[in-house]
Write a protein that binds this ligand. Structure first.
Ligand SMILES: Cc1cc2nc3c(=O)[nH]c(=O)nc-3n(C[C@H](O)[C@H](O)[C@H](O)COP(=O)(O)O)c2cc1C
Length: 382
């Protein structure tokens, strides 16, 4: 079983008064973290899950929660219009459960009224916080003036964000990139303005829309956003894969929290590790092959609960392929998993995978770094 389950952080990681139960003396903290608040919402930790459309669904969020350390999970981006129409796809994206708390729903759309109405619907639905997507670079979204295209339109963007804030009493945040391209780094301007209209936090992916996922994260750009706001927290995001990356993000940007997307898919233990590091200055390694396999099966069973066995088998092929590849499972066994059509066949494939172990590795050692797929080619064509 997962080796970290027995550890709990019932009072979160922010306690400066935490004591070492064995020695009954204060723990050494690597940093002196401040509690992170989204308005009146106190987040249990300052390590947040960044939305990854197609991946950060409820089954994945549940396993991240179970491993511990995450301060807030946000859904994949959801269309405001889809929510108003109660489209099955949108309604499935916002599904949650008791342990998935606190959680934010991220909405996108170019229309001010639709966004405000969708926010109201979400408040009634019971979400803890609403996040506005201003970072998505995909043409299907930006073509309508939503996502990162909002970073090019000052007045209409401010009006839209104001309308959402005024429509609800729960916290509203914005996630954006640094700007459209290097000649328009508008994030500091928007962050300052958003704070004035009542946005309670901004998350910044330290790249421009033009960059897509290429090039380095511009931490200096994130720092400029931190300096532009008065009080609200700024969440630094981009390329954080381990504790050292997180530490660098905090140090070089002065950000108040970090959000992790691809790094959490590669290593769902990362939030737990960051909390441990924050409290003790060190952390246990991520799970090994056996732990990973358990986690994968747990995620699959959560997906079955959500969508039923037959659909879960089909839906899990993408995620399963990707997990198994990263776990260095032999190609023929991965193929067998992909071909499984019934629960029995899935179980048989997994049993063989467990028996065989990783190619050229071992079951108890560290897993190799996972490659995370991102859209490729020119960003205009995504
Ligand atoms: C496959 C994929 C899907 C994504 N979906 C979303 C999304 O729905 N909403 C959003 O704000 N950002 C989305 N992002 C961007 C991530 O949230 C994050 O900002 C970016 O990947 C950089 O952080 P990371 O290096 O920790 O992954 C997505 C990224 C990827 C790779």
């Amino acid at each position: 079983m997962f080796r970290y389950f027995e550890l709990t952080f019932s009072h979160g990681i922010m306690s400066h008064n935490a004591t070492n139960p064995e020695k009954n003396e204060p723990l050494q903290t690597a940093t002196a973290p401040q509690p992170l608040f989204y308005g009146s919402l106190r987040l249990p930790t300052r390590y947040l899950l960044s939305p990854l459309a197609g991946f950060t669904n409820l089954p994945f969020r549940r396993i991240v929660r179970r491993l511990g350390g995450v301060g807030l999970c946000t859904t994949d981006l959801v269309s405001a219009r889809g929510l108003l129409e109660r489209s099955p796809k949108s309604m499935q994206l916002i599904e949650t459960c008791a342990e998935d708390s606190p959680y934010a729903v991220q909405i996108f759309g170019p229309d001010r009224q639709e966004m405000a109405d969708a926010a109201q619907f979400l408040e009634e639905y019971g979400v803890d916080s609403i996040d506005i997507n201003m970072g998505c670079p995909v043409a299907r979204i930006t073509g309508n003036g939503a996502g990162s295209a909002m970073m090019c339109a000052t007045d209409s963007t401010l009006e839209l964000v104001r309308a959402v804030v005024e429509a609800v009493s729960i916290p509203v945040t914005v996630k954006m990139r640094l700007g459209w391209d290097d000649s328009q780094l508008t994030a500091p301007f928007f962050a300052r303005e958003f704070e004035q209209v009542g946005v309670v936090a901004v998350a910044i992916h330290g790249r421009t829309r033009e960059q897509g996922f290429k090039g380095d994260v511009n931490r200096d750009g994130i720092r400029q956003v931190v300096e532009a706001v008065e009080k609200i927290p700024v969440i630094g995001n981009g390329d954080i894969l381990n504790v050292a990356d997180a530490e660098r993000m905090f140090q070089e940007t002065g950000c108040h929290g970090i959000s992790i997307g691809r790094g959490a898919l590669a290593n769902p233990w990362i939030f737990r590790q960051l909390v441990e590091w924050e409290i003790t200055g060190d952390c246990a390694p991520a799970g090994n092959f056996e732990d990973r396999l358990e986690l994968m099966l747990l995620q699959f069973s959560h997906l079955r609960e959500q969508v039923g066995t037959n659909r879960a088998i089909r839906m899990f092929r993408k995620m399963g392929h990707w997990y198994l590849k990263a776990m260095r499972v032999h190609k023929s066994l991965r193929h067998e998993f992909q071909l499984a059509k019934s629960l029995d066949e899935v179980r048989e494939a997994i049993a063989r995978i467990r028996e065989a172990g990783p190619v050229g590795g071992n079951r108890s050692g560290l897993l190799p770094d996972m490659h995370i797929p991102v859209p490729g080619g020119p960003v205009e064509k995504w």
